[in-house]
Design a protein around this ligand. Structure first.
Ligand code: MG
Length: 279
């Protein structure tokens, strides 16, 4: 007896870079670049406790590294676990907190998808062809003003309305978006230290001009530091190298399937290095 299996193939290459910038003495941003998860976390809170919040969040998602896919349920569970950990650091509005924004490699009905997710004002973008599109919507007063058609008050520019910790009474819900992946897609995940220093056309120009994801991530971070570097800046770039759905037959005689065939069907479970890599 045989049955059809649709097996999604999603090969990616990535790069990541971070810098404290020119003003801050510590770097409270953290990132994870370990398939199936790519994310940034922008910590906040005095005495470097924001750094603890963002690192704790990364440590929870690190446990998903090496799995073939990130699904909405795994995402929900990891967000809940991270929020609980961060909330344990303190109570009240001055309690440490962190944003959480990223993409997961996901699969639906045998087809590869980007699973973008967001809490706070870090961002994920999709570069497809020549077009750079913001996938996530900021949780910020500034975004609320834009949505209401009001002028954005400078005083509210950096006030975020959703975070892990930071005095939240309940674990926050991550907004998420499933986007069918295409070969050649390039994802940018970044903290606001990038987007407050560089315009979207400038960011798009660098992403279009540098094909290597590690070099592109480093160039974006360096440009933001040169432009002022008033905040910590962190960038993760993920490229879709191979995106396809493969139909195979299960239950066929062993001698009709070569070892190489089966090897290809198994997902890579190597845990990625912290910066550039490929799976
Ligand atoms: Mg920031």
């Amino acid at each position: 007896m045989t049955r059809e299996i649709v097996d999604a193939v999603f090969t990616v290459a990535w790069g990541a870079a971070t810098d404290p910038g020119r003003v801050r003495t510590s770097n409270e941003d953290s990132f994870l670049a370990a398939p199936p998860v790519f994310l940034v976390a922008d910590g906040m809170g005095g005495h470097s406790r924001g750094e603890v919040a963002s690192r704790l969040t990364v440590s929870v998602f690190e446990q998903l590294a090496g799995r073939p896919w990130l699904g909405p349920r795994q995402l929900y569970e990891a967000v809940h676990a991270a929020a609980t950990l961060v909330a344990s650091l303190g109570e009240g509005l001055a309690a440490p907190g962190t944003t959480l924004t990223g993409v997961g490699l996901s699969e639906q009905d045998g087809r590869p998808y980007w699973l973008a997710f967001n809490i706070g004002d870090s961002r994920a973008y999709l570069l497809r062809g020549q077009r750079l599109e913001q996938l996530t919507v900021d949780h910020s007063r500034a975004q609320e003003c834009l949505d209401a058609g009001e002028i954005v008050d400078e005083a509210f520019q950096h006030v975020i309305t959703r975070a892990l910790g930071g005095g939240s009474r309940q674990p926050p819900v991550a907004d998420h978006w499933l986007v069918p992946a295409q070969p050649g897609d390039r994802i940018l995940v970044c903290t606001d230290g990038l987007t407050t220093e560089l315009s979207q056309p400038a960011i798009a120009g660098t992403l279009l001009g540098e094909s290597d994801p590690q070099a592109a991530a480093r160039m974006l971070v360096d440009s933001a530091v040169e432009a002022g570097g008033r905040d910590n800046v962190t960038v993760v770039v993920v490229d879709a190298v191979d995106v396809s759905a493969r139909l195979t037959l299960d239950g066929v005689d062993d001698d009709t399937v070569t070892e190489a065939d089966w090897g290809e069907l198994e997902h890579d479970t190597v845990i990625a290095p912290m910066e550039g890599g490929q799976r």
